[in-house]
Design a protein around this ligand. Sequence first.
Ligand code: UPG
Length: 467
Amino acid sequence: MSDEVVHVAMFPSAGMGHLTPFLRLASLFLNNNCKVTLITPLPTVSLAESQLLDHFHSSFPQVNFIPFHLQPSSPDSVVDPFFHRVQTLRDSTNLLPPLISSLSPPITVFISDIFLLSPLISITQQLSLPNYTLFTSSASMFSFFSHFPTLAQSISDASAEISEIPVPGIAFSPLPYSSIPPILFKPTIFRNLMMEDSPNLTKLQGVFLNTFKALESHSLQALNNGEVVKGMPPVYAVGPFVPLEFEKESQKETSSESPPLTKWLDEQPIGSVVYVCFGSRTALGRDQMREIGDGLMRSGYNFLWVVKDKIVDKEDKEVGLDEVLGVELVERMKKKGLVVKEWVDQSEILSHKSIGGFVSHCGWNSIMEAALNGVPILAWPQHGDQRINAGLVEISGWGIWNKNWGWGGERVVKGEEIGDAIKEMMKNELFKVKAIELKDGGLRAISIGGDCEVTIQKLIRKWKNNV
Ligand code: UPG
């Protein structure tokens, strides 16, 4: 075996939901003595991303950071700023070859975000660089993504009578039409991206997923047996990714509430608190948020609720809780819970013994963090992959999902329904048992000698031997 160091270049795309898993994956390579170069698109869209990067930088000074300055592009007032960034990144990849060719030692492998697949594959092919991707959602969603061009025709032919569609690799197939992200029914950037990128998956050398066998064995087997797409490269389950020290540091900086928050959690009985958070980029309507407040109060449980009023966190700081929720509700809620409107250390919260359930939008990182901590879920998917992830939560018997709540913004779900659903989640003993079983499965996967370690070390050996 060659003694040369393995040099992994990584290229994430936009948003905490994508950056966080990239940095967690990078730490697996760093812990196995690889050299890591992180190509960092700057400026970041959100403050949370720039703070996380700063702390990653100071925790791993050996990482080579390459700032990637993007092609100028005019802001699109209609498009979500994170979607806009993905498009700009795709349009800027022509600036990449001189950057990566000049690196020393030369790059061994390139790992990029799934959203950058097609523009990058031609570059890595020209440079004869092995190209892997990190797909930041579930194996179930990856199956859907891979199979999308085949599904697309039936999706556009959708008639009222067709209510579901078989998708190989999804354990709960046939997939209800209502679980297909609505943006894929229109000629949006994401529909175009999936149509262009899915056929290019077979040109990759491999795909990393933040998941584990005990949760998604059906999808992983189907993907690796070529049942989803013929010629699919190996799909590696290397999750559940573990939150790292540097993440805590960056969260301390963003949050002024942290000490009282932890202190408050310490004072609550074991398994008694409902945690509510919709990830890093989902802002609910104010009517809906007020109903959530009402629902939490009706549930009778103590709660910790992270409110988000704007998609991008920089703007979130501009308006106070009283304005978003109303003074009366804010006052009423003080008797039963904590409501914050800032970045929290979610991983630490989910690992706290007082947390008994999680009202989640089913962003995949949140789902993996809940799995790692054995926390039952009330799934309330809002957009994108989240209904497919919610379907997995439901079929795994680890939480509930009220499908008639619709996609985010489709209807205002009333406080009474929310309160009842919270009670159902918190009281269900089977969810707790299943959540603990999954936690055990997740911990096994990341233990010494577990699937994650074995896979990463095998790959490093393969890369060292240039195969
Ligand atoms: N988080 C915090 N504190 C907060 C809010 C979020 O630590 O106050 C963290 C959370 O722990 C998680 C990440 O931010 O690690 C959020 O990621 P995720 O739960 O996946 O949600 P999104 O931010 O919504 O992620 C986007 C998509 C989602 C998709 C995911 C991965 O919206 O649908 O599954 O990216 O592709």
